[in-house]
Write a protein that binds this ligand. Sequence first.
Ligand code: ADP
Ligand code: MG
Length: 709
Amino acid sequence: MRPARLAPLFATVRSLTGVGPKVEGVLNKLVAPRLEGAHARVIDLLWQLPVGVIDRAVTPRIAEAKIGELATLEVTVVEHRPGGGRRGRSRGPYRVLVEDEAGFAFELVYFNADPSYLKRLLPEGSKRLISGKLESYDGWLQMPHPDHVMSIDAAGGAVALPLHEPVYPLTAGLTNTTLRKAIGNAVGRLPELPEWIDARFLAQNAWPGFAEAIARLHAPATEAELLPSAPARARLAYDELLANQLALAVIRARLKRRAGRPLAGTGKLRKAILAALPFTLTTAQKRALAEIDADLKSPQRMLRLLQGDVGSGKTVVALFAMGTAVEAGAQAALMAPTELLARQHLQTSAFATAAGLRIALLTGRERGRERAEIVEALKDGRIDILIGTHALFQENIVFPDLGLVIIDEQHRFGVHQRLALQAKGSGTGAELLVMTATPIPRTLLLTSYGDMDVSRLDEKPPGRKPIATRTVPLERFEEVVSGIARAIGDGAQVYWVCPLVAESEVLDMAAAEARYAALSARFGQSVGLVHGRLPGTDKDRVMAAFAVGALSILVSTTVIEVGVDVPKASIMVIEHAERFGLAQLHQLRGRVGRGAQDSSCILLYRQPLSEAARERLNVMRRTEDGFVIAEEDLRLRGGGELLGTRQSGLPLFRVATLPEHQPLLEAARDQARLTLGRDPELKGPEAEALRLLLYLFERDDAIKLMRAG
Ligand code: ADP
Ligand code: MG
């Protein structure tokens, strides 16, 4: 349970003075725009970061103030001019004439104002500090609706006007002033908290305490204080990264502590698989396999991420690992994110089947009798390896002895699923291997997979040729089609990927259908179409036709993004390439270049290109190395988006930004490991503060895990 002293922070914003139902509604939208029905809480306001500063430093003389800019001035109220004033107009705004010490005068202008209110606010003869935008009207200087009017006491004492105001990103219906006040209130709710950062480290960095950091975060005086390197921001970023690293370390400790069953193979099956393998393993594959074997053999449970570009041979490694589990008398499961991919894995497994492994497929599509038979055979131990989608882990699927779980394309699953899947294992749970074709920069590995060990396939199977990548403006569409016609004449096969129109499957599909129609008109029966809405059997039929060469062009939406393997296809056309992210472009391009023939990738784009899009396309032209592309992606986009967003629809971090806070991440990882090494249950007195930190950053799952033992 969350400690009581944090309760005020996790109350809804309605608990703040001045926040009624209307403001609450807007704040909900601001804080959680994508989470329908979510309630903004006080703490969510604290994590709204200012993006600018309004400078209200006092200008000594009106003569020095600039027209069109903010001015903060000390003035004396000369006279009220209700509904008229100069040039004898009888109707018009309410005006108040003021002057500065030098006798330089101008008017404050109010439309639809309540005169009695203005009389109280600005008594004639009184001194006031006013702040607002100075404008020139008909040659006269005026200030319409000042933002602030404050009295100055006779002694010229301190004034409560904020000299600098933070500027926040806003949403419709919300003013900066309203948000600023709400946040100011929220800052006031911060309870006293013990320090969780080591005193020496804190001093070394000259960081403020947590509460002061929050206060300073929302009271920047200069633009420099908005930078990730500003002390308040850096400290809070460190806090956030520390919470992240602690949570991951807790998960790791927990999964590792429960001893796995050592899965030592006899080598018999492996020998048979090697004999059936139509090629030799790459050095990278051998290295990864040795790491996996060591994990499997050890009494500690395996928790490993296998990273490798599309086509680097992960599935093959997975099959060897599963073979070892089977040798040790256990079963293994391989889960893919889509049906298509599951089938692809099954195809790649042909050599393992030849070696005597009993492999079955279970997706949403196996139903009725077929499904019942698979489930039965699995229960009876007549299936060694089950490949499938998440259908594998439905409740009625019983593995008598699941020893190894492999998850493909894990970035589509969260930490929760990781835990749930592993629990399917017999006894203490299964060994876990996660595979991803998304090359993940080191920083993000730490933040999202910090609980796992990592193996990398950084080498492609031999014989792969470079892919000639060209960027072509859409205006030259006809030329591209003619080129493709010639290539097809020579027997080439082409992927044609259609644009991501919106975040809408229907629209994407419409675009693909239109392109399919156009290409069919030209190329006739040799064009096929797949998209996400196509029933599975139809999808397979089209894919199969393409795989055997019955189709020359496969038009698709991004459904072919992951996993599809047709070595003979050698041309990839990506329409509106400027709309795709780097990771996606890289994955798509990886579909070609797998066979013996020269391959090419044509990135069709619409002009004009934004700067970012131009850079992305240039990166694609420059390199094929997935790890380089991933680092570039991180540089161009910033880290928040890359992984966190995909999983949850929300960014992973609120304050920390990567790669800017990279060094802090490393330090946080060290502190997390060190602390948990000394105190694995976070029970000691020093750990009380760290537990609060986990709650503050909502990583309390980790605490639940520790409790569950
Ligand atoms: P990934 O899962 O990493 O995309 P796969 O394991 O599916 O890669 O392999 C892609 C293709 O390369 C498959 O057709 C597979 O048979 C082949 N392959 C894998 N490893 C090798 C290797 N060492 N030498 C030659 N071909 C390989
Ligand atoms: Mg694969």
